[in-house]
Design a protein around this ligand. Structure first.
Ligand SMILES: *Cc1c(COP(=O)(O)O)cnc(C)c1O
Length: 456
């Protein structure tokens, strides 16, 4: 799919990849045959590869670059902090200014009543922290048997063993297994699994699976339910309108904790600070990462409600932490990222102007013969590739329609990700209307090229 590199340096780097680099989520044999595309620089919403191609990054890196690339303020914040205090830990009764200022800033933007933050190096570590914290919470409350966490098939909660176990990705469970005490329920993915039901009927059905599972496991055994407001890596799955209200109703009936994995939806992706704000959900804990630093430096965390804090506050030592929990340089970068999001009113602009425009323009692609559905919220979008628009029948998976489309996108200056035959986008929040036009026009061209390949 990738053309033979013309720049000799690209070929050198590709040889280094083949000889030494074990890349995440990659088939090493295939990667060494094709050679990775080498991304060398970025500015605004664009990246450049080592062959000199300028590419519109419709995925913001990996759902990360909320404020776009090339914001030197973040580099300056990192540089200042590295010179002042490059590292100190936050264990054993110490702290430093950036971590404290960041915790306070997050409490200001988080939903009402969520005022406490545990920092980690990544989203996966945030979810590991969550697992230990919710079990500890119930133990402190004198109900140590409440251990089970309910999550959803095809949810994504990271790649540590706890993260992958919480996630519902079969391919990950198959390698290395799962930790006990985690139960999965079906996802609210109407397009793929809704059959003859209307989206709202299916949303209710999917939500009721939570109640069914709580009763099957026993409410005295269930610690928490975790979900992404919108499933990202699973394929930008927007739940039917009926889903979250029904879930809230069920959570109201049973005494279990509600965890929102906001690693993708947080920091403005939906046009609100958090996906929970968008849906009017009230989680007890929220996992964050990605947009927290716009990906400029690794950092994640867990935002904890007063309700949970008041219990663990009387629980003695919380025996958990990472060397880099609250790393001062990462915290300084996150603070600067949040300052930019706030001062430049980036999320307000997404909500009022650019997200409505993106969603309107994306939906124009629904008339394409290859497209079965276009959906999206805020700066998230998905395009379903199908063989039959009426029946939602897909192409045989051996044809890899999604990967064909992804290849055309890359070769025509656009990054869209393929999840099976679902094309997804999550561009930087700062994308302009003209850049949205470019994105949608390129997407249509690549759909045409994909349709030609599939016909031929
Ligand atoms: C990316 C992601 C994670 C994992 O974050 P890492 O920083 O890769 O560990 C967890 N949850 C969701 C929803 C994600 O998208």
């Amino acid at each position: 799919m990738t053309k033979q590199a013309s720049n000799p340096q690209t070929r050198e780097w590709q040889a280094m990849s083949r000889d030494h680099h074990l890349a995440p989520f990659s088939d090493y044999q295939q990667l060494s045959e094709v050679g990775p595309r080498i991304i060398v620089k970025a500015e605004g919403v664009y990246v450049w590869d080592s062959e000199g191609n300028k590419i519109l990054d419709g995925m913001a890196g990996l759902w990360c670059a909320a404020i776009g690339y090339g914001r030197h303020e973040l580099a300056d914040a990192a540089s200042r902090q590295m010179k002042e205090l490059p590292f100190y830990n936050t264990f054993f009764m110490t702290a430093h200014p950036p971590v404290l200022e960041l915790a306070k800033a997050l409490a200001e933007i988080a939903p009402q009543g969520m005022n406490h933050v545990f920092f980690t190096g990544s989203g996966s570590e945030g979810n590991d922290t969550m697992l230990r914290m919710v079990r500890h919470y119930w133990a402190v409350k004198g109900q140590p048997e409440k251990q089970v966490i309910i999550s959803r098939i095809n949810g994504y909660h990271g790649s540590t063993v706890a993260g992958a176990s919480l996630g519902g990705m079969a391919g990950m469970h198959a390698q290395g297994g799962m930790i006990p005490g985690i139960e999965h329920i079906p996802q609210p993915y109407w397009f793929s699994e809704g059959g003859d039901m209307s989206p709202d009927e299916f949303g209710i059905w999917a939500a009721e699976q939570l109640e069914k599972k709580i009763l099957e496991v026993g409410v005295d055994k269930v610690a928490a339910f975790i979900a992404e407001p919108i499933q990202g890596a699973g394929g930008v799955i927007i739940p039917p309108d009926s889903y979250w209200p029904k879930i809230r109703e069920i959570l109201g009936k049973y005494d279990i904790l509600f965890v929102a994995d906001e690693v993708i939806c947080g920091f403005g992706r939906t046009g609100e600070w958090f996906g929970s704000d968008y849906y009017g959900n009230q989680p007890d804990l929220m996992t964050i990462a990605k947009g927290l630093t716009s990906g400029y430096i690794p950092m994640g965390g867990l935002i904890v409600s007063d309700k949970v804090f008041e219990v663990i506050n009387r629980g003695g030592d919380f025996n958990h932490g990472f060397t880099y929990s609250g790393h001062p340089v990462a915290a300084a970068v996150a603070l600067e990222n949040i300052r930019i999001l706030r001062d430049e009113k980036i999320i307000e602009r997404v909500k009022a102007e650019t997200a409505p425009y993106l969603q309107k323009r994306l939906r124009e692609l629904a008339d394409h013969p290859l497209v079965g559905e276009v959906r999206g919220v805020g700066m998230l979008g998905a395009i379903e590739l199908v063989k039959n628009k009426a029946t939602r029948e897909r192409y045989p998976s051996e044809l890899s329609a999604g990967m064909i489309c992804r290849g055309h996108c890359f070769n025509n200056g656009l990054i869209m990700r393929a999840v099976g035959d679902t094309m997804i986008i999550s561009p930087p929040l700062v994308i302009s209307k003209a850049e949205i036009d470019e994105l949608v026009d390129k997407a249509r061209l690549c759909l045409d090229l994909t349709a030609e390949d599939l016909a031929g």
